[in-house]
Write a protein that binds this ligand. Sequence first.
Ligand code: NAD
Ligand code: UDP
Length: 324
Amino acid sequence: MSKTKRILVTGGAGFLGSHLCERLVSQQHDVICVDNFFTSQKINVVHLLNEPNFEFIRHDITHPLFLEVDEIYNLACPAAPGHYQYNPIKTMKTSVVGAINLLGMAKRCNAKILQASTSEVYGDPDVHPQPESYRGNVNPIGIRACYDEGKRAAETLFMDYHRMNRVNTRIVRIFNTFGPRMHPFDGRVVSNFIRQSLAGQDITIFGEGNQTRSFCYRDDLVEGIIRLMNASDEITFPVNIGNPEEFTIRQLAELAIELTQSSSQLIYKPLPDDDPTRRKPDIALAQKHLNWTPTIELREGLERTIEWFQNIDPEKYRPPTPNF
Ligand code: NAD
Ligand code: UDP
């Protein structure tokens, strides 16, 4: 039997999705990329459009879609706080109605389906680092809830479609990931700090900068989710993928200044509501079941990302929302 699979990637024009599409196209799979371009644009996949095994469909996953596929990676969802808070009701619909539509497709086609979930399901964690068994501390009525609770509900749907309909499901809980092709105007901390330091502008630290994040480089992340999709059918439980090296936001700002040799100054702005104070993945499950461990340290990943930012024309990027 041929190993070539028909693979649907939703959110495939986004930061992570476009890199995933590239990897799957290079493995000779027949790749269908679906995206509504809310937080991305054609520029991310234009180099794939002439590939015989790549196809793009502009579509919103909150509406039903009928395709015949073997595997589905569901990455469609705004991921940066400013983007998902712009239209929170739409964000929730994308996670929940989108998951129902795609799980229905997986059930009909007997396809394997992977959900891009998030470390946000742990909320502002009171267990550190966060193992998958930790049930989280999410404010269900706060400004991050449209995303956090939407992703939690999607996990519930994945588990229920698996238990009730035997759909072959996977759930990856992605921790902060960065790299080339991040939207320069997504308002996330890595893109903001690089953009600001390259332009010699003030670096905006929210709060005192003591909050922590653990940053995973894009290539490591994509390798992890492909391994999860191809892992044993027993692995239907959520698996954390992230880099456990933890940094304060102030340390990140200082590193961005150092690597860009910038004269930017740090300025302090109010901390947004419900901003998690710390975040670090426990990756024991990924190491055990996927034999996966991150290989690219923050410094090296930042160097590559800075190089990409130096070579793009920001004028070609439309800010998806005013929040950056
Ligand atoms: P991104 O915003 O670059 O990509 C998301 C893509 O989904 C975009 O291309 C966007 O246009 C598309 N999209 C949004 N709503 C859609 C809809 N209703 N229908 C069709 N397409 C839609 O973000 P990313 O960082 O590449 O994130 C990809 C996935 O990974 C998301 O599901 C996100 O929640 C998850 N994730 C990312 C991170 C991270 O640090 N990058 C962390 C945790 C989880
Ligand atoms: N942050 C910051 N300055 C910025 C953007 C973000 O200090 O210009 C902080 C933000 O408050 C959070 C952390 O950086 O504590 C990571 O923010 P991001 O939006 O990248 O992702 P999150 O992990 O919060 O979803």
